[in-house]
Design a protein around this ligand. Structure first.
Ligand SMILES: *[C@@H]1O[C@H](CO)[C@@H](O)[C@H](O)[C@H]1NC(C)=O
Ligand SMILES: *[C@@H]1O[C@H](CO)[C@@H](O)[C@H](O)[C@H]1NC(C)=O
Ligand SMILES: *[C@@H]1O[C@H](CO)[C@@H](O)[C@H](O)[C@H]1NC(C)=O
Ligand SMILES: *[C@@H]1O[C@H](CO)[C@@H](O)[C@H](O)[C@H]1NC(C)=O
Length: 470
């Protein structure tokens, strides 16, 4: 009996040692994987590590992440596990750059690597080729369906080029241009373009205007300008104006027109194709202003503000993350069918990343080049400023909120205060007539409003959604 017991014990020990070893090994492996995932997700790889981030320059204004709730910090935290079309398409691309499966393809590597859009094409055909997806797409509203059927294309040729290398009237100048105004316009908006050329978008040297009586030297900068246009056929317009547009381009040399239909849902193409043109043909300007043709910009104040930012960053390393505007943090997609901004749940699910309102936003030339590269790994989205926000998130860069960008106009009565237009960098929206009058107004009041500071962050908080009227 004792012997049998002993043998039984031996067998038990024999079996159990192996079992225990196996269990211990699994525990070890699981822990190792978990720890690795944690280090990847907590910021070593897809995001810039925190000591690197602190080297980046931070513009004055409020950081978009100060007050907005639950902004996803990385692309990986977005709701991509969903059947919505865009999410599925993007997930296909993202899996390719999964930092856990392919640590060598971290975002910094990705950004600098030679990359064409073939992965976007491949994922597009794979996903849209599935029966299930095709059925789902058919249930989307007509205009989103149309967007979806063209969202794979971005190779539209240029129809009209600006003069010279870099927008209107490039000349031999001692320093690179400070600002390139890149203004979204449409064929028929001749009056808007004329008003802008005469006023805030005038090219050449602009002296900065001090925003603070104790500011030291202000300096100035060279301005360049280019209008971004799509194509509208004479059937669309009911009139043939192509020869007028050609004449305008010959006269001013500031038209950049592509061969795609100029519709609201195609606006993102203007960003993507502009970055491409900028990177290839016009990369000298230190800053890009990208905005609408119905805004008023206080150019002398903007020049002073940007000069000031350059001063501040001199001791730091890089301007490559610089983007400033009116930041909308963590907004939800608009699900109201009648809205211009309507995005059905079948197309996109999840919140939007923080983004700067597209009425007018300023970013560095370096950031424009980075956006160009990263955009080749992100499927087009029908709302242009949200798309830019998606690209920013991929770069782990945050747009900075500045209360002097009023992409939703003044609040009641503020406009009537004396010197109100000297406290802003941008106001949306103004007619060509108003733009001309306002320009005269800020010239006439420049003495009396000298040194008035820009709108500071009094009661303003980062918005979490556009106002209902927008
Ligand atoms: C918020 O932004 C600032 C600078 O823009 C950055 O230093 C900080 O780490 C960010 N906070 C979080 C939680 O990401
Ligand atoms: C963009 O990608 C190209 C290669 O395609 C690379 O040479 C360039 O340095 C990248 N630019 C930036 C700003 O990362
Ligand atoms: C004005 O300039 C001084 C010194 O340059 C600075 O300390 C102060 O914050 C500035 N005020 C505003 C409102 O910008
Ligand atoms: C975008 O432009 C293309 C090319 O002109 C056109 O075929 C397509 O219908 C446009 N898309 C939308 C949503 O208007």
């Amino acid at each position: 009996m004792a012997r049998r017991c002993c043998r039984f014990r031996n067998i038990l020990i024999c079996v159990c040692t192996q079992c225990c070893c196996l269990i211990l090994f699994y525990v070890y492996a699981a822990l190792a994987i978990l720890l690795h995932m944690k280090s990847v997700l907590s910021g070593e790889m897809p995001m810039v590590s925190s000591n690197l981030a602190s080297r980046h320059f931070v513009a004055s204004g409020t950081s978009s992440n100060d007050s907005s709730p639950s902004v996803p910090q990385t692309f990986w935290e977005q709701h991509t596990q969903s059947d919505a079309l865009w999410n599925q398409l993007q997930r296909h691309v993202d899996l390719h750059f999964n930092p856990i499966l392919r640590p060598e393809k971290s975002s910094t590597f990705l950004e600098r690597s030679i990359f064409d859009e073939s992965l976007l094409h491949r994922s597009y055909f794979e996903v849209t080729g599935m029966d299930k997806v095709r059925d789902a797409v058919e249930k989307l509203p007509k205009q989103i369906q149309e967007f979806a059927s063209y969202m794979n294309r971005r190779d539209y040729p240029i129809l009209i080029h600006p003069d010279g290398d870099c927008g209107a009237q490039s000349k031999r100048e001692e320093e690179p241009p400070l600002i390139l105004f890149a203004i979204k316009s449409t064929v028929l908006n001749f009056r808007n373009r004329r008003a802008i050329r005469q006023t805030w978008g005038r090219v050449g040297w602009v002296e900065g205007q001090r925003t603070n009586s104790s500011d030291g030297e202000v300096g100035g900068g060279y301005i360049r300008r280019v209008f971004l246009l799509g194509k509208e056929t004479s059937e669309d317009l009911g009139v043939d104006v192509s020869h007028i547009l050609r004449a305008e381009s010959e006269r001013h040399g500031d038209i950049l027109q592509w061969d795609f239909q100029d519709t609201f849902l195609n606006l993102t193409l203007k960003d993507v194709l502009f970055w491409s043109w900028f990177s290839r043909r016009c990369s000298q300007p230190l800053f890009v202003f990208k905005g609408d043709d119905d805004v008023f910009v206080n150019t002398p104040k903007l020049v002073a503000y940007l000069r000031h930012q350059l001063e501040k960053q001199r001791s730091l390393h890089t301007m490559d993350e610089f983007m400033v505007g009116e930041v909308i943090g963590s907004a939800s997609p608009n699900r109201v069918k009648r809205s211009k901004y309507f995005i059905p749940a079948g197309f996109y699910r999840g919140r939007y990343p923080s983004y700067a309102g597209g009425g007018g936003v300023v970013y560095s030339g370096g950031l424009a080049r980075r956006l160009h590269n990263i955009s080749k790994t992100i499927h087009l989205f029908p709302i242009d400023d949200v798309y830019v926000g998606m690209c920013m998130m991929r770069l782990n860069a945050h747009p900075v909120h500045h209360p002097a960008f009023l992409t939703f106009d003044f609040r009641a009565k503020e406009e009537a205060q004396p010197c109100s237009y000297h406290t802003v960098l941008l106001v949306h929206k103004r007619s060509p007539r108003e733009v001309v009058d306002l320009w005269a107004h800020i010239q006439n009041t420049s003495k009396q409003c000298q040194g008035v500071p820009l709108r500071a962050d009094r009661k303003t908080r980062v918005r979490t959604s556009p106002p209902p009227s927008a």
